[in-house]
Design a protein around this ligand. Sequence first.
Ligand code: MN
Length: 423
Amino acid sequence: MIKANDPSLTSWVEVDPKSDFPIQNLPFGIFKTQSSSPRIGVAIGDQVLDLAILNKLGFLDNLKIDNSVFTNQYLNDFIALGKQTTMAVRERISNLLNANNAELRDNKEAQAKVLQYISNVQMQMPVRIGDYTDFYSSIDHATNVGTMFRDPTNALLPNWKHLPVGYHGRASSIVVSGTDFHRPKGQTKPADSELPVFGPTKLLDFELETAFIIGKSTNMGESVTTANAGDYIFGMTLFNDWSARDVQTWEYVPLGPFLAKNFASTISPWIVTMEALEPFRTAGYTQEPKVLPYLEYSGDKNIDIQLDVIIQPENGEETLVSHSNYKFMYWTMEQQLAHHTVNGCNINIGDVMASGTISGPTPESFGSMLEITWRGTKPVKMKDGSERKFINDNDTVIMRGYAEKDGVRIGFGEAKGKVLPTL
Ligand code: MN
């Protein structure tokens, strides 16, 4: 077992049992305050540990990392140090925060400099994203969509069980949790109209997804295998791939998603490392028919991560509309990465690869309003008495996620965004 994952570890920093960020998690993010420039932080309980000051004060001296890596507006340079080093940083921080270690515990002066409440800082985009790819790897989601839009008896297209279907998305409009955006406009073709019309989307939806962040670059021509894919994955976040369903229906043939998807995607600010998630690995689907050799893998490669979607009307109460789980994925991250690079396509540190909508087998676990309301035919009852078929103006959609076992909860925080009226 990785030492920092030991369920018996406790910290001298007070951590609520319901917190997403116990000492076993230690996710990395970028934060700033009114008085300080962006820098790397690690979440512990409801506080953030400032790695730039921690390093400056000498607490990370054994790692010999230039402070410019920590006083940085992105994690890319830190990730580029390599897994050996970033894992060593995680181990050192685990050690410093350990209840049995007096180094920082008994140094109140240093504590005051390196710790502050998350509620007092502004979380930033964690990485500079060069490229963004979105997959379509949940079998229940693909089956639901195929059933609704094509043919219930042939819901999955012939390629679906042979390769992890994906498309290249747009990195420029990926925004950090808490960033509001305006309802997008576009072309749609109403069923009763012969010609398309232009206006605000009427069918704005969320897609419950996770994303993994590339931790090691490749050169053109190189391929990552399912066996070594783990070396190339730094960690995971929550991801809301906002979608305009009416725009999508009209535009997507034959080249796939375009303006229906690229107006905004919301990412959670904390990157949970693959090391912290390792104890939650679980078996995936039996893949039948058998996949081609380059997609074969061994071991438990799915991960048990509970995922919630909440809609919060303006000034209203939260209503839980979906409770899903990352373990319902048919294709694993390792397979997605092997497939993505099998043709020699290069990947770069900070690239984002999203899972695709994560739906489970039951309606409570569907990962989009399209599926939850079955194209709007079964509206969702909200706690304030109103109904939702899709997302209204001034609604906030909040995604939360956590893995939990042996009394340890490895959480992701939130990916949240509010839809403002069309500009
Ligand atoms: Mn998607």
